[in-house]
Unconditional design. Structure first.
Length: 268
């Protein structure tokens, strides 16, 4: 059983909701990324989503775009991201870690080599934003022997036929993008999200996580009532940028924020 499956099984057994924070690897440094990963788990995170810095993050809003830029300016590359995960695994062999990024760095490294390196350091899942399900077979084929889940995004505009294809090839969980637009967008309509989740659930038994537009505990609680996991990214990355010059304050702010989300989800 994969760490992701075990995590969601435990969440379900305990009648809880999974909390999945996103941060960009290497922003503001590799060492601080590692510290923040441990801080977030201690504060109540169930799964860590780690962004692979990329020069053209088309699905991301300005907050996460700038995080990628800052990491790239520090020279962070895909191997550095693997090193961070490997160091995290030295102290935490339970919490699932998902890498989120774009296809270009994976293709440059090669699917097979990427999968082998990811497995060696303990990566559990992969989200490739710009890899459509129709073209995913080759990558999934090399990930499966290593029990690395290929997680796909579903948007409000995903039509029924495409949803069928995504549900056919996805594993781990499904990531529902709650808003049209890029990360960090506002004006989340919980009713509309609930309606779409009903359509998705009619086609799969995979857990469903919801992300984009979740900026505080109140929104997290509202969304958590209708899904299996809540994904929070831009609100965290903003706090990292705000306290980039004071690492201790940054870690405290991140811990408090994750704690507030955990409390909200546990109140459901």
């Amino acid at each position: 059983m994969s760490r992701i499956e075990a995590c969601f099984n435990a969440i379900k057994e305990n009648n809880k909701k999974a909390l999945i924070p996103f941060i960009t690897a290497g922003d503001p440094s590799a060492d601080l990324t590692l510290d923040l990963m441990h801080e977030m788990v201690a504060a109540g995170a169930d799964i860590i989503e780690l962004g692979i810095p990329f020069s053209d993050p088309m699905a991301d809003g300005p907050v996460i775009q700038r995080a990628s830029e800052r990491a790239l300016e520090k020279g962070i590359n895909t191997d550095d991201v693997f090193n961070i995960v490997g160091e995290f695994r030295a102290k935490d062999n339970t919490t699932p870690v998902i890498l989120m990024g774009y296809l270009n760095p994976v293709e440059v490294m090669g699917y097979k080599q990427f999968a082998e390196k990811a497995a060696k350091v303990g990566v559990d899942g992969l989200i490739i934003v710009d890899l459509p399900p129709e073209e995913s077979e080759e990558l999934i084929t090399v990930l499966k022997p290593h029990e690395i889940d290929q997680i796909f995004l579903i948007s409000p505009t995903t039509h029924d036929e495409r949803l069928d294809k995504i549900c056919e090839v996805a594993s781990g969980f499904l990531y529902y993008v709650s808003l049209k637009g890029v990360t960090g967008s506002n004006q989340l309509d919980v009713g509309a999200v609930d309606e779409k989740l009903g359509q998705i659930r009619s086609k799969t038994k995979l857990p469903i996580g919801v992300g984009f537009g979740i900026r505080n505990a109140q929104i997290a609680e509202a969304v958590g009532r209708i899904c299996d996991a809540v994904v929070v990214g831009s609100a965290l990355v903003e706090r990292i940028a705000k306290h980039a010059e004071n690492s201790e304050k940054m870690k405290k702010e991140i811990s408090l924020f994750i704690g507030s989300l955990r409390t909200a989800l546990d109140s459901i």
